[in-house]
Structure formats: C-alpha cells, structure tokens
Design a protein around this ligand. Structure first.
Ligand code: COA
Length: 174
C-alpha cells in the first residue's frame, strides 16, 4: 500500500444524489462558502476559513495528504462537503474516515450516503482490514453518521483538550 501513488488517481464515485470526485482549485468558492461557517468547524480540528486563501490552502492540504473526495451535489452542481480517509497505517492495513458538510445540507443523509461508499472503496482499493472514525463527544451528528455506516462504538479516547468517541468497522462487516 504505497500511500503517495494511490492518492493521485482516486476513482470518482457516484451515489444516488452525489458525485464524489477529487477536489480542484476551482472549487474554492464552494469550499469557502461552507468552511467559513463557524457552526461547520465547531467540532473539527481545522479552523473556520477567514479568506479564500484559507480555502485554497485547505484544498491543497486535503489533496496532498489524504484520500479526499469532494462531494458534488448533482442537482445543485456544487461542492457541498468532503469525505476523506487519513491516518493510513500500512502495516495494520487500517485508516480513519473524516467528513464535513455545508450546513444548508445537514440532516438529509448526504454524509452517510458518501461515507458508506468511501468505506466500501477503502476496503477494496487499499485492501484495508479496519476503518476507524472518531468524533468529539458532543458531536452527535458525526457519531450518528458513523453508526449509520455500520461502525461499532469501541469506546472513549481520553485526550488533554477534548475526549473523543471511537468507532470502527472491519472488512467482513461491510
Ligand atoms: C457531521 C456532519 C458531517 C453530518 O452530516 P449530515 O449529512 O447532516 O449527516 P446525516 O444526515 O447523514 O446524518 C446525521 C444524523 O445525525 C442526527 N443528528 C444531528 N444532530 C443531532 C442532534 N443534535 N441530536 C440527535 N441527532 C442528531 C440526524 O438526525 C441524523 O440521524 P438520523 O438519520 O438517524 O435521523 C455534519 O453535521 C457536519 O458537517 N458537521 C460539521 C463538521 C463536522 O463536525 N465533521 C465531523 C468531524 S468528526
């Protein structure tokens, strides 16, 4: 599992309402529109975007470091969020999933729709054995998405600043 080679040519994924594809610099307006919303970044490890420069840096960071798909809303023809695999552990064949979505589209099942496909592809493309998901304790929506993808709650990870909930799914559980 050579991480660098595999992140360049991610296959697009089509779901009922979304097209998942690699991000482009031209997505900056769509990304800025939702990433500048402090409600979206309330429980994320990245900060609210104050400028399009922040959004451009964010796109580069995601593309350079993670297996990241932009979530294109097919009907509205715009990027409404991202879903990505990170923290690849080649020896243990595991990775972690993360996602974020424009507030306008919350509560309509979009993230679950995308995350299910990313998990499925993660098991197939990188032959992963285990995919984890973590979220801050008060982030109920994120925990619920992880549950709806079939992940099992495995416990609470203690941290200095904020404890996290840990979820995971194994390859044979998909
Ligand atoms: C977390 C996030 C990606 C969820 O996206 P989404 O597309 O709204 O998720 P879904 O619609 O697929 O599922 C959300 C679930 O949470 C539930 N939910 C949301 N807020 C809730 C609350 N306060 N109490 C109880 N349930 C809640 C919804 O009812 C839904 O569950 P259901 O289908 O059983 O009704 C989105 O809220 C987001 O972008 N948040 C900000 C970024 C973030 O926190 N990312 C994750 C970092 S770990």
């Amino acid at each position: 599992m050579d991480r660098d080679n595999h992140f360049d040519n991610l296959p697009p994924i089509e779901t009922e309402r979304l097209l998942l594809r690699t991000l482009r610099m031209s997505d900056v307006e769509d990304i800025f529109e939702y990433a500048s919303d402090p409600e979206v970044t309330k429980y994320t490890l990245w900060h609210t975007h104050n400028s399009r420069t922040d959004s451009r840096r964010f796109i580069s960071w995601l593309k350079d470091n993670f297996a990241c798909w932009g979530l294109v809303h097919k009907a509205d023809q715009k990027i409404i969020g991202t879903c990505f695999l990170h923290s690849f552990n080649c020896q243990e064949r595991q990775a972690e999933i993360a996602f974020n979505l424009s507030r306008k589209y919350w509560g309509q099942g979009y993230t679950t729709e995308a995350a299910r496909e990313v998990i499925s592809l993660g098991f197939k493309k990188w032959r992963l054995k285990r995919i984890e998901g973590t979220c801050m304790i008060p982030n109920i929506a994120s925990a619920r998405v992880l549950e709806k993808t079939g992940m099992a709650y495995e416990g609470r990870i203690r941290k200095y600043d904020h404890d996290m909930k840990l979820y995971a799914i194994l390859r044979h559980e998909v």
